[in-house]
Design a protein around this ligand. Structure first.
Ligand code: FAD
Length: 341
Protein backbone atom coordinates (compact mmCIF):
# COMPACT_ATOMS: atom_id res chain seq x y z
CA UNK A 1 0.00 0.00 0.00
CA UNK A 2 1.22 3.53 -0.79
CA UNK A 3 0.19 6.71 1.02
CA UNK A 4 0.86 10.28 -0.07
CA UNK A 5 0.83 12.99 2.57
CA UNK A 6 0.50 16.61 1.48
CA UNK A 7 2.18 18.95 3.98
CA UNK A 8 5.31 18.51 6.04
CA UNK A 9 4.04 20.23 9.17
CA UNK A 10 3.07 18.78 12.53
CA UNK A 11 -0.02 16.87 11.37
CA UNK A 12 1.75 15.55 8.26
CA UNK A 13 4.65 14.09 10.23
CA UNK A 14 2.38 12.74 12.97
CA UNK A 15 0.44 10.89 10.26
CA UNK A 16 3.61 9.54 8.65
CA UNK A 17 5.05 8.30 11.96
CA UNK A 18 1.79 6.65 12.91
CA UNK A 19 1.46 4.91 9.52
CA UNK A 20 4.92 3.41 9.80
CA UNK A 21 4.60 2.50 13.47
CA UNK A 22 1.39 0.63 12.77
CA UNK A 23 2.50 -1.06 9.57
CA UNK A 24 6.16 -1.05 8.54
CA UNK A 25 5.36 -2.28 5.05
CA UNK A 26 3.35 0.79 4.01
CA UNK A 27 5.18 3.03 1.57
CA UNK A 28 4.85 6.64 2.80
CA UNK A 29 5.70 9.83 0.90
CA UNK A 30 5.46 13.34 2.35
CA UNK A 31 5.38 16.38 0.08
CA UNK A 32 6.28 19.78 1.52
CA UNK A 33 6.10 22.91 -0.61
CA UNK A 34 8.90 24.76 1.20
CA UNK A 35 12.59 24.10 0.65
CA UNK A 36 13.32 23.51 4.31
CA UNK A 37 11.35 21.42 6.73
CA UNK A 38 10.28 23.41 9.80
CA UNK A 39 12.31 26.52 9.05
CA UNK A 40 9.76 28.25 6.85
CA UNK A 41 6.82 30.61 7.15
CA UNK A 42 4.47 27.89 8.40
CA UNK A 43 7.08 26.73 10.90
CA UNK A 44 6.88 30.15 12.53
CA UNK A 45 3.12 30.62 12.20
CA UNK A 46 2.26 30.00 15.80
CA UNK A 47 2.25 31.30 19.35
CA UNK A 48 3.84 27.94 20.16
CA UNK A 49 2.14 27.17 23.45
CA UNK A 50 1.58 23.45 23.51
CA UNK A 51 0.00 21.24 26.15
CA UNK A 52 0.02 17.48 26.14
CA UNK A 53 -1.72 15.00 28.31
CA UNK A 54 0.38 12.56 30.31
CA UNK A 55 -0.40 9.47 28.27
CA UNK A 56 0.89 11.19 25.16
CA UNK A 57 4.53 10.72 26.12
CA UNK A 58 5.06 9.85 22.46
CA UNK A 59 5.01 13.51 21.43
CA UNK A 60 6.98 15.09 24.26
CA UNK A 61 9.37 17.63 22.77
CA UNK A 62 13.10 16.96 23.16
CA UNK A 63 15.12 19.59 25.02
CA UNK A 64 16.07 21.34 21.79
CA UNK A 65 12.42 21.49 20.66
CA UNK A 66 11.11 23.73 23.42
CA UNK A 67 12.13 26.98 25.01
CA UNK A 68 10.23 26.93 28.27
CA UNK A 69 8.03 24.84 30.50
CA UNK A 70 4.85 26.71 31.39
CA UNK A 71 4.05 26.74 35.09
CA UNK A 72 1.68 29.67 35.34
CA UNK A 73 -1.14 31.00 33.26
CA UNK A 74 -2.52 34.45 33.94
CA UNK A 75 -5.88 34.81 32.26
CA UNK A 76 -7.93 38.00 32.19
CA UNK A 77 -11.21 39.29 30.96
CA UNK A 78 -12.14 42.96 31.00
CA UNK A 79 -13.32 42.65 34.62
CA UNK A 80 -11.68 39.61 36.22
CA UNK A 81 -8.27 38.05 36.76
CA UNK A 82 -7.61 34.28 36.97
CA UNK A 83 -4.34 32.59 37.89
CA UNK A 84 -3.59 28.94 37.17
CA UNK A 85 -0.58 27.11 38.48
CA UNK A 86 1.21 23.79 38.11
CA UNK A 87 -1.74 21.42 38.41
CA UNK A 88 -3.48 22.88 35.40
CA UNK A 89 -0.53 23.79 33.25
CA UNK A 90 1.31 20.46 33.74
CA UNK A 91 3.01 19.19 30.57
CA UNK A 92 2.76 22.54 28.85
CA UNK A 93 5.58 23.92 26.78
CA UNK A 94 6.51 26.86 24.66
CA UNK A 95 7.81 25.03 21.65
CA UNK A 96 10.66 25.90 19.43
CA UNK A 97 8.31 24.91 16.66
CA UNK A 98 10.71 24.64 13.73
CA UNK A 99 12.89 22.34 15.88
CA UNK A 100 9.87 20.31 16.99
CA UNK A 101 8.90 19.78 13.35
CA UNK A 102 12.50 18.72 12.63
CA UNK A 103 12.32 16.29 15.59
CA UNK A 104 9.24 14.69 14.04
CA UNK A 105 10.74 14.65 10.55
CA UNK A 106 13.89 12.88 11.84
CA UNK A 107 11.77 10.24 13.49
CA UNK A 108 9.74 9.80 10.30
CA UNK A 109 12.92 9.48 8.24
CA UNK A 110 14.30 6.84 10.62
CA UNK A 111 11.11 4.86 10.13
CA UNK A 112 11.62 4.95 6.36
CA UNK A 113 9.29 7.77 5.29
CA UNK A 114 10.31 9.51 2.05
CA UNK A 115 10.34 13.27 2.44
CA UNK A 116 10.15 15.46 -0.65
CA UNK A 117 10.63 19.14 0.18
CA UNK A 118 10.36 21.95 -2.39
CA UNK A 119 7.43 19.97 -3.80
CA UNK A 120 4.20 21.89 -4.02
CA UNK A 121 1.19 19.73 -4.78
CA UNK A 122 -1.36 21.51 -6.93
CA UNK A 123 -3.37 18.66 -8.40
CA UNK A 124 -4.43 15.25 -7.19
CA UNK A 125 -3.04 13.68 -10.34
CA UNK A 126 0.51 14.56 -9.18
CA UNK A 127 -0.02 11.80 -6.61
CA UNK A 128 -0.52 8.10 -7.15
CA UNK A 129 -0.97 6.71 -3.64
CA UNK A 130 -3.84 4.41 -2.70
CA UNK A 131 -4.83 7.00 -0.11
CA UNK A 132 -3.97 10.64 0.46
CA UNK A 133 -3.66 12.44 3.77
CA UNK A 134 -4.26 16.15 3.39
CA UNK A 135 -2.14 17.85 6.08
CA UNK A 136 -1.76 21.11 4.17
CA UNK A 137 -3.14 23.36 6.92
CA UNK A 138 -5.87 25.97 6.64
CA UNK A 139 -7.14 26.59 4.04
CA UNK A 140 -6.50 23.06 2.83
CA UNK A 141 -5.44 22.64 -0.78
CA UNK A 142 -7.94 19.89 -1.61
CA UNK A 143 -10.79 21.57 0.25
CA UNK A 144 -10.33 24.67 -1.87
CA UNK A 145 -9.97 22.60 -5.01
CA UNK A 146 -13.15 20.59 -4.38
CA UNK A 147 -15.03 23.53 -2.82
CA UNK A 148 -15.38 21.72 0.50
CA UNK A 149 -14.12 24.57 2.65
CA UNK A 150 -16.68 24.49 5.47
CA UNK A 151 -16.26 25.30 9.19
CA UNK A 152 -15.84 28.41 11.31
CA UNK A 153 -12.59 30.25 10.76
CA UNK A 154 -10.87 32.72 13.04
CA UNK A 155 -7.77 34.72 12.35
CA UNK A 156 -4.58 35.49 14.25
CA UNK A 157 -1.80 38.06 13.98
CA UNK A 158 1.39 37.85 15.99
CA UNK A 159 4.69 39.63 16.54
CA UNK A 160 7.87 38.04 17.83
CA UNK A 161 9.70 40.62 19.93
CA UNK A 162 13.18 40.38 21.43
CA UNK A 163 14.57 42.18 24.51
CA UNK A 164 11.12 42.50 25.91
CA UNK A 165 10.32 43.79 29.38
CA UNK A 166 7.39 41.32 29.38
CA UNK A 167 9.45 38.14 29.25
CA UNK A 168 8.66 35.76 32.13
CA UNK A 169 10.11 32.34 31.31
CA UNK A 170 7.41 30.14 32.91
CA UNK A 171 4.29 32.24 32.49
CA UNK A 172 1.81 32.72 29.69
CA UNK A 173 -0.72 35.54 29.68
CA UNK A 174 -4.04 35.48 27.88
CA UNK A 175 -6.65 38.22 27.78
CA UNK A 176 -10.12 37.55 26.41
CA UNK A 177 -11.96 40.52 24.96
CA UNK A 178 -15.65 41.25 24.72
CA UNK A 179 -15.48 41.50 20.94
CA UNK A 180 -14.80 37.75 20.89
CA UNK A 181 -11.08 37.75 20.62
CA UNK A 182 -8.02 37.14 22.75
CA UNK A 183 -4.53 38.55 23.22
CA UNK A 184 -1.61 36.40 24.23
CA UNK A 185 1.90 36.97 25.55
CA UNK A 186 4.08 33.86 25.45
CA UNK A 187 7.75 33.64 26.52
CA UNK A 188 10.12 32.35 23.84
CA UNK A 189 13.90 32.33 23.78
CA UNK A 190 15.18 33.20 27.30
CA UNK A 191 18.58 34.31 26.00
CA UNK A 192 17.05 36.90 23.71
CA UNK A 193 14.28 37.74 26.23
CA UNK A 194 11.94 37.05 23.35
CA UNK A 195 8.14 36.97 23.47
CA UNK A 196 5.32 36.24 21.10
CA UNK A 197 2.50 38.71 21.44
CA UNK A 198 -0.58 38.25 19.34
CA UNK A 199 -4.24 38.84 18.81
CA UNK A 200 -6.79 36.31 17.61
CA UNK A 201 -10.39 36.88 16.59
CA UNK A 202 -12.84 34.00 16.65
CA UNK A 203 -14.92 35.12 13.72
CA UNK A 204 -13.13 36.07 10.54
CA UNK A 205 -16.27 37.81 9.20
CA UNK A 206 -16.11 40.34 12.05
CA UNK A 207 -12.93 41.78 10.57
CA UNK A 208 -14.86 43.02 7.57
CA UNK A 209 -18.18 43.84 9.22
CA UNK A 210 -16.60 45.76 12.15
CA UNK A 211 -13.67 47.07 10.14
CA UNK A 212 -11.13 45.59 12.56
CA UNK A 213 -7.40 46.01 11.96
CA UNK A 214 -5.57 43.27 13.91
CA UNK A 215 -2.20 45.01 13.78
CA UNK A 216 -3.62 48.29 15.13
CA UNK A 217 -5.41 46.36 17.88
CA UNK A 218 -2.19 44.66 18.89
CA UNK A 219 -0.23 47.94 18.90
CA UNK A 220 -2.85 49.49 21.19
CA UNK A 221 -2.68 46.46 23.49
CA UNK A 222 1.12 46.78 23.60
CA UNK A 223 0.88 50.47 24.50
CA UNK A 224 -1.74 49.88 27.20
CA UNK A 225 0.37 47.12 28.74
CA UNK A 226 3.72 48.90 28.25
CA UNK A 227 5.11 46.01 26.21
CA UNK A 228 8.36 47.00 24.59
CA UNK A 229 11.20 45.35 22.66
CA UNK A 230 12.34 44.94 19.07
CA UNK A 231 10.02 43.31 16.54
CA UNK A 232 11.86 40.40 14.88
CA UNK A 233 9.08 39.27 12.59
CA UNK A 234 5.33 39.40 12.28
CA UNK A 235 3.08 36.69 11.04
CA UNK A 236 -0.59 35.85 10.73
CA UNK A 237 -2.95 33.20 9.50
CA UNK A 238 -6.31 31.55 9.65
CA UNK A 239 -7.33 29.67 12.76
CA UNK A 240 -9.93 26.98 12.00
CA UNK A 241 -12.22 26.93 15.03
CA UNK A 242 -13.03 23.29 15.73
CA UNK A 243 -13.91 20.52 13.29
CA UNK A 244 -13.78 21.47 9.62
CA UNK A 245 -16.06 19.04 7.81
CA UNK A 246 -15.73 16.88 5.80
CA UNK A 247 -12.98 14.80 7.38
CA UNK A 248 -12.92 12.41 4.41
CA UNK A 249 -13.54 12.93 0.71
CA UNK A 250 -13.01 10.24 -1.93
CA UNK A 251 -9.65 8.65 -0.98
CA UNK A 252 -8.49 11.68 1.06
CA UNK A 253 -8.42 12.07 4.85
CA UNK A 254 -8.08 15.56 6.34
CA UNK A 255 -5.91 16.00 9.43
CA UNK A 256 -4.67 18.93 11.57
CA UNK A 257 -5.90 22.38 10.54
CA UNK A 258 -7.23 20.89 7.28
CA UNK A 259 -9.53 18.54 9.19
CA UNK A 260 -9.99 18.80 12.95
CA UNK A 261 -8.96 22.45 13.31
CA UNK A 262 -8.02 24.10 16.60
CA UNK A 263 -9.44 23.97 20.11
CA UNK A 264 -12.36 26.41 19.83
CA UNK A 265 -11.43 28.56 22.87
CA UNK A 266 -7.72 29.23 22.63
CA UNK A 267 -6.83 28.46 19.06
CA UNK A 268 -4.54 25.62 20.11
CA UNK A 269 -4.01 23.35 17.15
CA UNK A 270 -0.70 21.59 17.78
CA UNK A 271 -2.10 18.93 20.06
CA UNK A 272 -5.05 18.31 17.74
CA UNK A 273 -2.70 18.12 14.75
CA UNK A 274 -0.73 15.39 16.54
CA UNK A 275 -3.81 13.47 17.68
CA UNK A 276 -5.58 13.57 14.32
CA UNK A 277 -2.44 12.63 12.37
CA UNK A 278 -1.85 9.73 14.69
CA UNK A 279 -5.46 8.61 14.31
CA UNK A 280 -5.50 8.88 10.50
CA UNK A 281 -2.27 6.85 10.29
CA UNK A 282 -3.70 4.19 12.56
CA UNK A 283 -6.99 3.97 10.64
CA UNK A 284 -5.26 3.52 7.29
CA UNK A 285 -2.64 1.08 8.60
CA UNK A 286 -5.34 -1.08 10.16
CA UNK A 287 -7.52 -1.05 7.03
CA UNK A 288 -10.08 1.25 8.66
CA UNK A 289 -9.77 4.21 6.33
CA UNK A 290 -13.54 4.75 6.37
CA UNK A 291 -13.67 4.88 10.17
CA UNK A 292 -11.46 7.97 10.53
CA UNK A 293 -14.31 10.57 10.49
CA UNK A 294 -16.20 8.58 13.13
CA UNK A 295 -13.24 8.27 15.52
CA UNK A 296 -12.06 11.84 14.93
CA UNK A 297 -15.52 13.20 15.62
CA UNK A 298 -15.76 11.11 18.78
CA UNK A 299 -12.43 12.47 19.95
CA UNK A 300 -13.19 16.16 19.41
CA UNK A 301 -16.95 16.64 19.31
CA UNK A 302 -17.51 17.50 22.98
CA UNK A 303 -15.54 20.73 22.97
CA UNK A 304 -16.70 21.46 19.48
CA UNK A 305 -20.33 21.58 20.51
CA UNK A 306 -19.58 23.53 23.71
CA UNK A 307 -17.19 25.85 21.89
CA UNK A 308 -19.34 26.60 18.88
CA UNK A 309 -22.51 27.09 20.97
CA UNK A 310 -20.60 29.39 23.30
CA UNK A 311 -19.20 31.45 20.45
CA UNK A 312 -22.61 31.65 18.78
CA UNK A 313 -24.21 32.84 22.03
CA UNK A 314 -21.47 35.39 22.70
CA UNK A 315 -21.76 36.69 19.16
CA UNK A 316 -25.42 37.47 19.85
CA UNK A 317 -24.69 38.89 23.32
CA UNK A 318 -22.00 41.10 21.80
CA UNK A 319 -24.66 43.03 19.91
CA UNK A 320 -26.89 43.36 23.00
CA UNK A 321 -24.48 44.18 25.79
CA UNK A 322 -20.73 43.57 25.75
CA UNK A 323 -20.58 43.11 29.53
CA UNK A 324 -22.60 39.94 29.13
CA UNK A 325 -19.76 38.57 27.01
CA UNK A 326 -17.33 39.20 29.89
CA UNK A 327 -19.68 37.43 32.28
CA UNK A 328 -19.86 34.44 29.92
CA UNK A 329 -16.07 34.31 29.63
CA UNK A 330 -15.76 34.45 33.42
CA UNK A 331 -18.09 31.49 33.77
CA UNK A 332 -16.28 29.48 31.12
CA UNK A 333 -12.62 30.19 31.88
CA UNK A 334 -12.36 28.01 34.98
CA UNK A 335 -13.36 25.04 32.87
CA UNK A 336 -11.31 25.64 29.75
CA UNK A 337 -7.68 24.80 30.55
CA UNK A 338 -8.44 21.36 31.97
CA UNK A 339 -9.05 19.86 28.57
CA UNK A 340 -7.57 20.86 25.26
CA UNK A 341 -9.54 18.60 22.98
C1 FAD B 1 -0.98 33.32 14.64
C2 FAD B 1 -1.21 31.90 15.09
C3 FAD B 1 -0.86 31.52 16.39
C4 FAD B 1 -1.08 30.19 16.81
N1 FAD B 1 -0.69 29.83 18.07
C5 FAD B 1 -0.85 28.55 18.50
C6 FAD B 1 -0.40 28.15 19.80
O1 FAD B 1 0.12 28.93 20.57
N2 FAD B 1 -0.58 26.85 20.16
C7 FAD B 1 -1.15 25.93 19.33
O2 FAD B 1 -1.29 24.75 19.72
N3 FAD B 1 -1.56 26.28 18.09
C8 FAD B 1 -1.42 27.56 17.65
N4 FAD B 1 -1.83 27.92 16.38
C9 FAD B 1 -2.43 26.88 15.51
C10 FAD B 1 -1.33 25.98 14.94
O3 FAD B 1 -0.38 26.77 14.28
C11 FAD B 1 -1.97 25.00 13.92
O4 FAD B 1 -3.10 24.38 14.47
C12 FAD B 1 -0.98 23.91 13.52
O5 FAD B 1 0.14 24.51 12.94
C13 FAD B 1 -1.62 22.95 12.53
O6 FAD B 1 -0.64 22.09 12.02
P1 FAD B 1 -0.81 21.42 10.58
O7 FAD B 1 0.37 20.54 10.42
O8 FAD B 1 -2.15 20.83 10.47
O9 FAD B 1 -0.78 22.64 9.54
P2 FAD B 1 0.39 23.67 9.18
O10 FAD B 1 1.23 23.97 10.36
O11 FAD B 1 -0.27 24.81 8.49
O12 FAD B 1 1.30 22.87 8.16
C14 FAD B 1 0.90 22.63 6.83
C15 FAD B 1 2.12 22.27 6.02
O13 FAD B 1 1.70 21.93 4.69
C16 FAD B 1 2.53 22.58 3.75
N5 FAD B 1 1.75 22.78 2.52
C17 FAD B 1 0.65 23.56 2.36
N6 FAD B 1 0.17 23.46 1.11
C18 FAD B 1 0.97 22.58 0.46
C19 FAD B 1 1.00 22.07 -0.86
N7 FAD B 1 0.10 22.45 -1.78
N8 FAD B 1 1.95 21.17 -1.19
C20 FAD B 1 2.89 20.77 -0.28
N9 FAD B 1 2.91 21.25 0.98
C21 FAD B 1 1.99 22.15 1.37
C22 FAD B 1 2.91 23.89 4.45
O14 FAD B 1 4.08 24.47 3.90
C23 FAD B 1 3.11 23.41 5.90
O15 FAD B 1 4.42 22.95 6.13
C24 FAD B 1 -1.65 29.24 15.92
C25 FAD B 1 -2.00 29.63 14.62
C26 FAD B 1 -1.79 30.93 14.20
C27 FAD B 1 -2.18 31.34 12.80
Amino acid sequence: MKIDIVGGGISGFASAISLKENNKKIHVNIYEKNKEIGYNYEGKKCGEAHSIEKEWSKWIPEKKSYYNVIKNAIVRTDNKLFQFQDEITKNSFILNRPEFICQLSKKAEQLGVNIFSNNKIKEKNQLNGDYIIDASGCPSIFKIKYRLNRGIKGIGYQQTISNSNNFINDTIKIQYTNELGYYWIFPRDPIKKEINVGYGLYNINKIKSDNINLKKKLETFKLENSINGTIQYEIGGMIPMGLQYPLKYKNILFVGDAGVGCFPFQGQGIYRALLSGDLAGKCIAKNRFYKYPYYAKKMFIKWDIIGKSFLFLCDKLCNLNKNLVNTSWNLMINRIPKSLH
